[in-house]
Design a protein around this ligand. Structure first.
Ligand code: ADP
Ligand code: MG
Length: 347
């Protein structure tokens, strides 16, 4: 996409030169985009549909670590995490804006790579880059993405719609992104101690990719539509299954029974958790960043969904007084708690 091999100082382009350089390759694919980059605002026309808006702020050193995150992956992920929120409303993602803050340590080539990832994600998911803002920063890289989408009012799925007896369903598998992060962090420490040692991530592609290059589950939203199923509640998994399921229960004012043995965990995730002396189930419950969809459906929809390969039935919704329970593989019942991504720090 860009053919620049050198290390170019961004200041040599100027702000407008840089914006033009970064955005001119992007195509507009959405008919809902009336005006993209280049005026005071973008102009969008969702033609009577409800507008969905979501935004995320990513700070270097807090949300990402450039010592093991390639710029291209970072750009790709920054888009995905926002699209994931639109899909979690059962909506269609249509536009994004991307704002960046850059310190002087970043070359033009680094930012080009970031935008290659952004471009890749936009093309793949057919969303239009319609604006943003560009600024210098004192320290490090700041990225903020806003995604816009739409849905018919009757199709929107909120977090608060779960009913007693509904089945709890999750897409894909869980815990992989967290273990990918553990591997990358471990290799970083080894490298810092001895820069001559090459990172050893062989055979771990899947979980590294789960961390660095997540895919928002547009396909699941489409699959549900194809099956004529509208979830009663839905959320995307950014903070771990436990935390997200508790959000659904809280907002729906319900309880739940979650079955440990039903939680989908990939074999590589399982094996890597064991190597790190971590409980694979805890990684799935509290690891986060899997960007899978967690939703509830009416029992009557079971027949429509039971043969689909990439979804798992992991429990059911109960009355609020029954509590939120995890039923372990040995049959003991634990209260479900959200420990968040740093639940393992003291182990
Ligand atoms: P304004 O002065 O109105 O903030 P700017 O000069 O910052 O406008 O931006 C000019 C145009 O370029 C606008 O359409 C804006 O949305 C877009 N833009 C600015 N920065 C970025 C960026 N990092 N990525 C994509 N578009 C951008
Ligand atoms: Mg501006």
């Amino acid at each position: 996409m860009f053919e620049n091999e050198e290390k170019t100082n961004i200041e040599s382009l100027g702000e407008f030169g840089l914006i033009n350089h970064l955005t001119r390759q992007f195509n507009l694919n959405q008919k809902t985009t009336i005006k993209g980059v280049g005026d005071d605002t973008a102009v969008i026309d969702f033609q009577g549909k409800k507008t969905l808006v979501t935004t995320d702020l990513l700070l270097e050193g807090i949300h990402f670590d450039l010592s093991y995150t390639p710029f291209k992956h970072l750009g790709y992920k920054a888009i995905q995490v926002n699209l994931s929120d639109i899909y979690a409303m059962n909506g269609t993602a249509a536009q994004v804006t991307v704002s960046i803050g850059l310190s002087s340590k970043f070359t033009l080539e680094a930012i080009e790579e970031l935008y290659e990832g952004i471009y890749l994600a936009c093309e793949k998911y057919q969303v239009d880059l319609v604006g943003g803002d560009t600024s210098s920063s004192k320290q490090g890289l700041v990225i903020s993405v806003t995604a816009l989408g739409y849905a018919d009012e009757k199709d929107i799925v909120y977090r608060n719609g779960a009913q007693e007896g509904d089945l709890i369903v999750v897409s894909g598998d869980l815990g992989g992104a967290y273990l990918g992060l553990q591997l990358l962090e471990r290799e970083k420490l080894i490298y810092l101690e001895n820069p001559n040692i090459q990172p050893d991530l062989e055979g771990k592609d899947y979980i590294i990719e789960r961390q660095l290059k997540p895919e928002a589950r547009r396909d699941i939203v489409q699959l549900l539509k194809d099956q004529g199923v509208k979830p009663t509640s839905m959320i995307d998994i950014s903070d771990g299954l436990a935390s997200e399921l508790l959000h659904l229960c809280d907002q729906s004012n319900k309880g739940c029974n979650l079955y440990e043995e039903k939680i989908p965990i990939d074999p590589m995730t399982y094996e890597t958790a064991r190597q790190f002396n971590l409980d694979p189930t805890v990684c799935a419950l509290s690891g986060g960043e899997d960007y899978e969809l967690l939703f509830t459906v009416k029992q009557a929809d079971y027949e429509n969904l039971k043969n689909l390969v990439d979804i798992s039935f992991i429990g059911y919704i109960t009355e609020v007084a029954a509590g939120r329970n995890l039923i372990t593989k040995t049959g003991t019942v634990h209260p479900l708690t959200a420990q968040g991504w740093n639940a393992f720090k003291n182990e």
